[in-house]
Design a protein around this ligand. Structure first.
Ligand code: NAD
Length: 502
């Protein structure tokens, strides 16, 4: 690790876009620094894709879709390519995990075992899925046959966030390609290392122009991409405010979109839950990925009957979390992605105290870690659900606990949120788990389990957490146009118009 880190510190990478099978020229563009949040040193220079370069990328994708072989490729041909990408990622897994950790500050133990394997698996999953994905045939109406088929939607703009750069972007790429589309990918300007490297390691696998890359900031490269008339849809993962801005831009061209946005997910722990499992999961749901997870279950509701024991155990464990260099084995919490994300943690710690919450753990920068954007994992006990720390997405290692007395009360409080991504329920009572699961207004409910993503199911949010679902059928809906073809199987009986003079 330190070898690669030192190498990047000595000679930062030079990152650009990738259009029609060639990395774009890096001279003359705006230069953006890309940093390692642990050392605060620059690890890459990103040569920002201008509006002209975005135009070239969209044109290449358009040409490949309209004239190239990909849209007409057989299932077997697409499977071959997707599986080759899967293999390429796995054969570079160590390097990609290191790059992801250097660029994001997320512990290597997690990038190695979760991020990169998942990035690869997306391609294998969709390769298998397209072999079985079908349409519908309706023959109930005598003399008619109605067919529902799914056709590729065209040129997909795929925009990813910084908190799981390769894993989340790979899911979009795999889904878009599997259903016969071409794409232009834009990773976050904060974390472009692994997605750009992906383009190098899969060179030659896809026909020219099928997969293109633009790199740059949201308000420059991102806006050029989403407002480009040549795209057919946008699949976006990121913040709710950004999602709303993109939707505004798409409305002008009546373009489709899929939006995976923010969350503030409730984690409800009933007194009859498996106590140790519930505490383990509360830690994991709040602090994995440095707490920078859309599906963090960091709004923790604890049954008053077990609250003393739960708060005591949870707080001791939060204080014992190992903070430090994410490359070292044993590190559980690395640095925040950047300076402003750490300031955000500080602001919420201050606002929690100002609004009457009790500090249980953390709340400050790490006194012994002067370099790197480190912040102590934090837990607060909130008196009500109205506090900003209970309503707003903090996106860092920050848990807000509240107490409750009964089921109806906790359901109402859990649903009292602008977001609706995930709900976590901990109880050994099957009937209760079913009641609460159906009452929660969230796209996913997880009962007696921490975070699970099952690609066969759809992942996405109610309310301001998003539009559309990612996963098997959800991705099919996102990346295809549904076409209905109705065929007469015998001459139709119909009124004969215009027969007056006949
Ligand atoms: P962000 O919204 O700041 O940026 C996401 C991407 O959008 C980046 O690539 C950015 O450059 C680009 N962008 C910014 N402004 C743009 C514009 N006007 N037009 C086009 N593109 C633009 O989000 P982030 O800070 O990178 O990620 C954190 C957010 O992502 C959190 O809110 C988190 O909850 C959310 N997220 C959601 C999911 C999910 O599946 N629901 C998963 C991960 C992260």
């Amino acid at each position: 690790m330190s070898d690669l880190r030192e190498q990047l510190n000595r000679t930062p990478l030079r990152l650009s876009g990738y259009v029609a099978d060639r990395f774009t020229a890096s001279s003359g563009s705006e230069e953006i620094g890309v940093f390692d949040p642990t050392t605060e040193k620059q690890v890459a220079t990103l040569f920002e894709s201008s509006a002209d370069e975005v135009d070239a990328a969209v044109s290449a994708a358009r040409m490949a879709f309209d004239k190239g072989p990909w849209g007409r490729a057989t299932v077997a041909e697409r499977q071959l390519a997707l599986n080759a990408i899967h293999d390429a990622i796995l054969s570079h897994a160590d390097e990609l995990a290191l790059l992801e950790t250097i660029n994001t500050g997320i512990p290597l133990a997690q990038t190695r075992t979760v991020h990169i394997p998942r990035a690869a698996y997306n391609f294998r999953f969709f390769a298998e899925y397209i072999n079985q994905a079908g349409g519908d045939v309706f023959t109930q109406e005598p003399g008619l046959m109605s067919l529902v088929t799914y056709e590729p939607i065209g040129v997909c703009a795929l925009i990813g966030p910084w908190n799981m750069p390769l894993g989340l972007t790979a899911m979009k790429i795999a889904g878009a390609l599997a259903f016969g589309n071409t794409c232009v990918v834009k990773p976050s300007e904060l974390t472009p290392l692994t997605v750009t490297r992906l383009f190098e390691i899969i060179e030659g696998i896809l026909p020219e122009g099928v997969m293109n890359l633009v790199n740059g900031r949201g308000h420059v490269t991102g806006t050029s991409l989403v407002s480009h008339p040549g795209i057919d849809m946008v699949s976006f993962t990121g913040g709710t405010v950004t999602g709303a801005a993109i939707l505004g831009s798409l409305a002008k061209g009546i373009k489709g979109s899929a939006m995976e946005l923010g969350g503030k997910s409730a984690n409800i722990v009933f007194a009859d839950s498996d106590f140790e499992q519930a505490v383990d999961a509360a830690l994991m749901s709040s602090f994995m990925n440095n707490g920078q997870m859309c599906l963090a279950g960091s709004r923790i509701f604890v049954d008053r009957k077990i609250s003393d024991r739960f708060i005591d155990s949870f707080t001791r464990r939060v204080k014992a979390l190992k903070i430090g260099d994410p490359a070292l084995s044993g590190t559980e919490i690395g640095p925040m992605i950047n300076h402003s994300q750490r300031e955000r943690m500080e602001r919420y710690a201050g606002s929690g105290l100002g609004e009457g919450a009790t500090l249980l753990a953390g709340g400050h920068r790490c006194a012994n870690l002067n370099t790197g954007f480190f912040f102590e994992p934090t837990a607060m006990l909130a008196p009500t659900n109205e506090l900003a720390i209970c309503q707003e997405e903090i996106f860092g290692p920050f848990a807000a606990l509240q107490l409750f007395d009964d089921e109806d009360e906790v359901i109402a409080k859990a649903n009292d949120s602008d977001f609706g991504l995930v709900g976590y329920v901990w109880t050994e009572d099957l009937n209760r788990s079913m009641r609460v699961a159906s009452a929660l207004r969230t796209g996913t409910v997880l009962v007696n389990t921490p975070i699970v993503r099952d690609l066969r199911t759809g992942f996405g949010g109610y309310k301001q957490s998003g539009l559309g679902r990612e996963g098997a059928k959800g991705s099919q809906a996102m990346f295809t146009e549904m076409k209905t073809t109705i065929i007469a199987r015998e001459p139709r009986k119909m009124p004969r118009m215009g027969m007056a003079g006949a």
